[in-house]
Each structure stands twice: as structure tokens, then as C-alpha cells.
Design a protein around this ligand. Sequence first.
Ligand code: SF4
Length: 701
Amino acid sequence: SSENQDPVKTICPYCGVGCGIEIQQGDEAGDVRFLPWGDAPVNEGRICIKGGAATEVVDHEDRLTDPLIKEDGEFREASWSEALEYVVDELERIRDEHGPDSMGFLASSKVMNEENYLLQKLARRYGTNNVDNCTRMCHASTVWALRTSLGAGAMTNSMRDLRDAADLFWIQGANPGEQHPIANSQYFRQAVLDGATVVQVDPHANKTTRTFGIDDTDRHLHLQLNPGTDIPLLNIVLKTILDYHDENPDEGWIDEEFVEERTEGFEHLRETLEGFDKSAAAAECGVPLEEIERAATKYAAADNAAIFTGMGMSQHACGVDNVQNEINLALITGNLGRPGTGVNPLRGQNNVQGTCDVGAMPNVLPGYQLVDDDAARESVEDVWGFEIPAEPGLTNVELTYEAGDAIRGLYVMGENPVMSEPDANSVAERLADLEFTVVQDIFMTETAEFADVVLPATTWAERGGTVTNTDRRVQRMRGVDKVHENTKHDLEILREIGTRLFDGDAFSFEDPESVFEELRRVCPSYHGMTYDLLGEEGLHWPCYEPGDEGDPFLYEAGFDTENGRGHIEGVDHQPPAETPDDDYPLILTTARLEEHYNTGTMSTRSPTLNRQTPENFVDVHPADADRYGIEDGEYVRLRSRRGEITLEAHVTDDTKEGVVWTTPHFAAASANVLTNHVLDERAKIPEYKAAAAEIEVDIES
Ligand code: SF4
């Protein structure tokens, strides 16, 4: 019992906005009270429905309380020493029998920087770069395009400068009204109240459309395009700007000086768009050409125009090219390197940015230093005291698709690939083929059901560390008492495994701060941060030396590319891998809801959130509903080549004719049973946003 403890300041565990909240230990362990943190740096006390409900899952009856070992297909309780020894024995056996590259490690964007840092270090000490996290599923393509063409795989600007300086928000495939509620209500809405214009490009009308009244006014625009036609739409915008500039160079739609001094590849873009047929492209997009031209005019004429990019852009087999085309638009108009501009991915989970920053990816070490760059690798080896494999490892989806073949074992920390990966039925089949799986989590997830060992971890509210939000602000989290005595913090679990598995002291850390101290030594953009300097405000990276203030916006003087120039490259339309045909005549697209979170592990266990939306549904356009004889509220079967789910139909013109829209949150009817696992060749992100589907009234219900 721990009566009257002072509240502690921490960060909301859900989305990447990074809202500060306070939590207070009540009379008993598990009695955790939520309190607003009035002067929290990002949100100044405001929170959305998820943040307010976040404490509800801390003491949930489904919590895992003791280690579990599977015997004859059933889980039984085990002591920590038995469970840990089993894990260590199996890791050693797999390495001896099949080599280190036959293990895969999944880090977690819900887990703190220190813990992810330790997991990727564990994988590399084991001898493999097969470590990844679910950023692969959300923004791998964005990170790829931004890193190669500008320098850093992160928001170029910050919420504050966007609020103060942007005159136009170009929001493509993102839905901040729903996915980043406080960023939207506190920052972007303020800018709009102060006069900024919004252009939303999205196949589905949503809360962002409604927040800004986009449908009602001449000022804003919603371009409701067909899924997978973002490249032709942006090519119309680019072509419109190029042609207008050729006729009216004095109006400065193209920033010639910026293009000349700070970019490369402009001619390639011109050549790509030579002879480009805008009318045919507009027909492909399903949007009137004049509307797209009007949007182009608004962007080009704005003093400061900012692009927001989300998973509607990144989750395509052409995800890298989608984002490259946004970069093209920003570069030719000189909308980079100033407040209120840029190309800004709104990141998903509360620490998805940090999980990548600390190197939990198969091709990079902490600070995005490439594993196949000898000098970078050696500098990290000097600190770690062991050799790091030089070959990049396998990505998230590649790991599960190799399960049972090249991959024999999986170490999963806080991820749920059985629900989060596309073509979920086949992921489940493959996981069943693994020789050994260990899952470290707070609940018995759909993935943990496949494990040989389940290690019970603590929740976000019970421990401390740091997380990095969507605008690169690193902030401290602080915990209250542990709810279940026999659970362990992720850091402790990794330390136990690391010290049992390897000689030496590479894993013998006292606490999160001592891990952070090592992280600083190997991650240049975090080098200037300490727990003390982070304080209550946090710091934006890059922060190279103690005392650096961090950069709210990037690239003021130059880009972080090899020659310092921003890279322009024209791209052509690539339709989704699956397009409608006679058997599957509809396009299925997916997205998330404000009240729920990813695979629903936490949010569907929260009474407040579940009351809002208790089960999955599919949006069907009224014309399609008519054709199929579907009534609003009726249950329907939604099928793709990979599976089927039964769920309620919502008849609404939020979606386009021919397009059905659903969510991945609910295990009973998850969109990912249907989605396509085809990958972007470079970034290896799956095409969640477009698959061919068919629908029918469910006669059994
Ligand atoms: Fe949490 Fe995001 Fe809501 Fe803020 S906006 S309270 S970080 S879910």
C-alpha cells in the first residue's frame, strides 16, 4: 500500500503526439489515478479520449501475472528462473543448430527508448541484424524517402512552428483529426482559425474533414481520390505548377533560386512530366481536374505551405515513390527549411520515432548509422565491445514470412504480428511452424497464444524511461508502483536474458538512465541529452552536445544528404498490386479510429473506449449498398482472396462508390485477414491500403 504519493509526470502511451499527463498512485497497487498536467510542453493539460482512458488498462483483469511455459499445447505457470533458462537454452540451441540469422527479434513502438535500445543490442550481440519494429508497417516508406532525399526520416518541422507559420496544410493520406487529436485541435486548428487553408487528399471523409468544415466552404478542399492514385494526383499538381510557372515566372510558384542552389534532379521531374496527360490522370484519380488544379494553385500561392503525410501514402507497394512526390512538391516550391513548411509524417505510436532512432531496425544502428557502413559500425563496436554483423537483416514482414523456413525462432517484445501484419491467417499458420517463440507482453495477445514462453511485463504506468514523439521531442516517462509483484519491467527482462546469454557486462545496467547514458554515446543526435537536461520540457533531436537546444525545424542551411542537396526525382503511376476484377469488384481500404489503437490490445480492453465503438464495421457507399441490397446496420461478409470477416455495414457517402473501408482493431473481424502482403520493394512496407474485395449480405446473422 502506498497512500498519498505525489503525482508523477509521464507521457500518454497511445499516439505519437506525446501529450504529458500525470498519474498518481492510489491506496493500493493498481489503483492509478489520471490527472491533467496543466503545463505539459506539448498539450498544456488537454488530452483526447484515449489519453484520458489510458489508466483503465493498468489494472485490467486480463493482465499477465506470472511467466508461462507451454506444455502439450497448454500454458502452465513457471518461475522466472525456469522461464528465463528455457529462453536462454533455446536461443543457444537455435544459434548452434541453425546460426544466429535464424532468429528474429521484434522490438516495440509501445516500449521506451532504453528497452528498444537493449533489445536491438541483444539481437546484434546474438549475431544478427534481424531486428525490426512496427514502423515497418506504418512509415518505413516515408522514412526511406525522407532519409534518402532530405537526410532524416522524421518530421521536418514541429507542431509549434506549423501552428504559428503555416498558411496552407496539405494533408494527404493522414487523418490528424482522428489519429493525432491533440496535434489537430491544439495546433493545426489554431492555424486554421488564424486563416490557414486545408487541402485534404483522402479516399474517405473523416473527422479531419469535419473538424475543418472542408466540405462546406470554398476556402478548403477535400480531394476524394480513388485508393492508390496519389502519384497521378500529385503529378497533376506538379504539372500544373510547372506549366503555370513557364508562363508566369514572376509569380514565383517555383522557387528558382532554391531549386538552383539547394536541390538536384529538377530536370528529371520535368522530363517525367513531359507529355503527361492531366485529364486522363484525373479520370484515374476519380477527381475533377479543375478541383486538383485549384488545390495546386492554393499550395503554390501560399507563403508557407506544409505537407502532412500519413499511412494513406506510405502503406502502398509504391509507398516510397508516393512520399518522394510530396518531397518533389515541397522542393520545387521552396517549402522546406523554414517554419510552417516541410514534409511531415505524423507518427503513429507514442514511441515509434524513438524505436527507430535507437536502432531497432535491420539496416541501421542507433542514430540511423548504416550497419553496412564500416566506419559507423566500428564506432559503435568500440563502445559495445563486440563485433556487429555487417549485413542488414530481415524486416518485420520478411521475418514472419520466413517463419518455419529460414527463421526458426522469434523473440517478440510487445508486438502482435498475428493481427498487425497483412494476410493474418497465413501469418498465424507460419508462426505455428516456428521451433521456438518467446513473447514478452502485458496481455495474452493473439501472438502470445503461439508462444512457447510468455514473459509478463509491466505497463507504461509502472516504469520510467524516455519516449520520442512525432516532432522528435524526447520526453521522460515516470512510473507508479507495480501492480503485480511477479511481473518485470522490459528492461529487467532483457538484462536478465542478456547477462545469462553472454559473458561480460554488456547488459548489466542498473536502471533506464544508465542505458540512456550508453545510448547517448552511440547515437549522435541524442548525444547532447541527459535525463537532467531533458527535465520536464524534453528536447528535440538533433541535439549533438549538452546545451544544444535541439532543432524545431530541420534543413535551414542545407540538407543532410551527401552533397547537401535535396533530391528531386519524377515518379510514374503504379496501380495497386490488386485491382478490382469480376470476382472481387470492390477496392478495400483500411484505416484506424480515434477511439481505438492498432491491434486493440489495450484499447479494446478499455471500457470507455469500447463503449464508443465496441466492434468492427465496414463503410459502404449508398450506391453500392443499393446494388448489393445492403441495409444500414445489417451484417455483411467481406471477402478477399485471403480470407473473410463478418461485420456490420455502415451505409455512408464518407466512402467513394466502389470503395469499402474498414479497420484492423478488432480480433473478431480484423481487416488484416483480408489485406494484401505485397511489399514496397525498397522499404518492405505492405500494401494495407488497397486490395480487391467482394461483399455480400450475411444470411446467417
Ligand atoms: Fe494520447 Fe495522442 Fe490523445 Fe495526446 S493525442 S492524449 S498522445 S492519444
